[in-house]
Ligand binder design. Structure first.
Ligand SMILES: [Zn+2]
Length: 119
């Protein structure tokens, strides 16, 4: 449970105290989230090598598709037009893009570099 709380709270995978992201980003201001280079508490380096977060794109894809399916199942109960639902899903994907960016990187970090992993 604490791992889930740490992932959602964007805490360091090693100490659970330091923040991974310095800036949460804002899609309406076209600003991407900005990661810290290392943990402010235990100095754990987040990006081990160039391209370390390439795999988080696949996590992001899975998270985004899951959100779309859940939204479709809910919206299908209230909205009759599939075109409207697809447009709303597109808007949802844009609005949640920075959240998905941060969430997918956090899941990726915890998958590869969690507390029990010795890298
Ligand atoms: Zn740390």
């Amino acid at each position: 449970m604490s791992v889930l709380v740490n992932i959602l709270g964007e805490k360091c995978p090693k100490c659970g105290i330091g923040k991974v992201f310095a800036d949460k980003g804002n899609i309406f201001l076209l600003r991407l989230p900005k990661m810290n280079h290392d943990c402010s508490h235990c100095h754990h380096k987040f990006e081990k090598e160039p391209g370390y977060f390439f795999g988080s794109m696949f996590v992001s894809y899975a998270v985004t598709v899951a959100e779309m399916i859940v939204f479709f199942l809910i919206a299908n109960q209230f909205i009759d037009s599939y075109v409207t639902i697809v447009v709303l899903i597109g808007i949802l994907a844009i609005v949640l893009s920075t959240f998905n960016f941060r969430l997918s990187r956090m899941i990726w970090i915890y998958m590869l570099d969690g507390k029990d992993k010795k890298i």
